[in-house]
Design a protein around this ligand. Structure first.
Ligand code: PLP
Length: 286
């Protein structure tokens, strides 16, 4: 079951007019929220980032946080899996094609759910391959915009090369992955690029840094050079649906000893434990 503009329905019945600005211009923003045991993970953070993205494209938020919460809860209840990947999307609505914002047009609001498929143990045990590419996206990568054509092309480069993700380099520094945030480990220290307009402020990124902070794992948030990427002991990928994954091959060369490293193992376990405490509703930030 999905939600579209005030109605709940099977996805097969959902229709939007061809003049929707999401379809015509990619004029909208979105969120992907993982749901574990029917509880949305870090929903408050996702709704805060949604507001930031809406502000970034100058679109009024059609709902209060409480309204979003209740819509999200109803979509979760209307789908089979206990673990779900919720996709929430707002566009600037339907109007005659014109770049300028339309006046008095209600936004299109869409929420769907798919079963959440987190990475299988075999993949976590072996790690995945990644390639590097020039980050040729726009300069507002901090907005979670639905216009993802550069990300689509960059991610497909990885798939074509038999890899899982593309690490993006801009002017000698690493920004993020085509659909993920990236961390390195150098001299046993976890390194994270600083949040700015060149990367999406990942919710999983925040969780990883909180876990590192709370468990005395040494970390630094600073710019990361291409050289550091190529000589890293470990490279980690994070996203809401892929959680934390080790990258063990970069541009065909092993990362460190070519196996998932200690920092990955520790963070992965901390993340799983954190998920459990959140699911049990232990009063932590959800
Ligand atoms: C470009 C990009 N960066 C980072 C992320 C990770 O963000 P989050 O941890 O909030 O899923 C994503 C998520 O899909 C993404 O598309």
């Amino acid at each position: 079951m999905i939600y579209l503009n005030g109605h709940f329905m099977p996805i097969e019945e959902a229709r939007i007019p061809v003049l929707d600005r999401g379809f015509i211009f990619g004029d909208g923003v979105y969120e992907v929220i993982p749901v574990y045991s029917r509880k949305p993970f870090r929903l408050a953070d996702h709704l805060q980032r949604l507001q930031y993205s809406l502000d970034g494209i100058r679109l009024q938020n059609p709902h209060s946080d409480d309204e979003w919460r209740s819509l999200v809860e109803r979509v979760i209840a209307g789908n089979e899996s206990d673990d779900q990947s919720l996709y929430l999307h707002v566009t600037r609505g339907v109007a005659k094609r014109d770049h300028a914002f339309p006046k008095g047009v209600p936004p299109t609001v869409f929420i769907m759910s798919n079963p959440l498929l987190t990475p299988p143990q075999e993949l976590l045990a072996a790690g995945v391959a990644a390639i590097t590419a020039n980050d040729n996206r726009w300069l507002r990568c901090d907005i979670k915009a639905i216009s993802l054509l550069p990300n689509v092309l960059l991610r497909q480069m990885a798939i074509d090369a038999g890899a899982t993700e593309t690490l993006l380099l801009r002017e000698g520094f690493m920004t993020e992955g085509a659909a993920s945030n990236i961390f390195l480990v150098k001299n046993g220290i976890l390194l994270a690029p600083p949040k700015n307009h060149l990367m999406l402020p990942g919710i999983t990124y925040d969780v990883v840094l909180e876990l590192a902070h709370g468990h005395q794992i040494q970390y630094e948030v600073r710019e990361i050079s291409e050289y550091e990427v190529r000589t890293a002991q470990e490279i980690l990928l994070t996203s809401s649906t892929r959680e934390i994954m080790p990258i063990t091959l970069l541009d065909g060369k092993p990362v460190g000893d070519g196996k998932p490293g200690l920092v990955f193992e520790v963070l992965y376990q901390l993340y799983q434990n954190y998920k459990l405490t959140v699911m049990r509703g232990a009063g932590l930030k959800v």
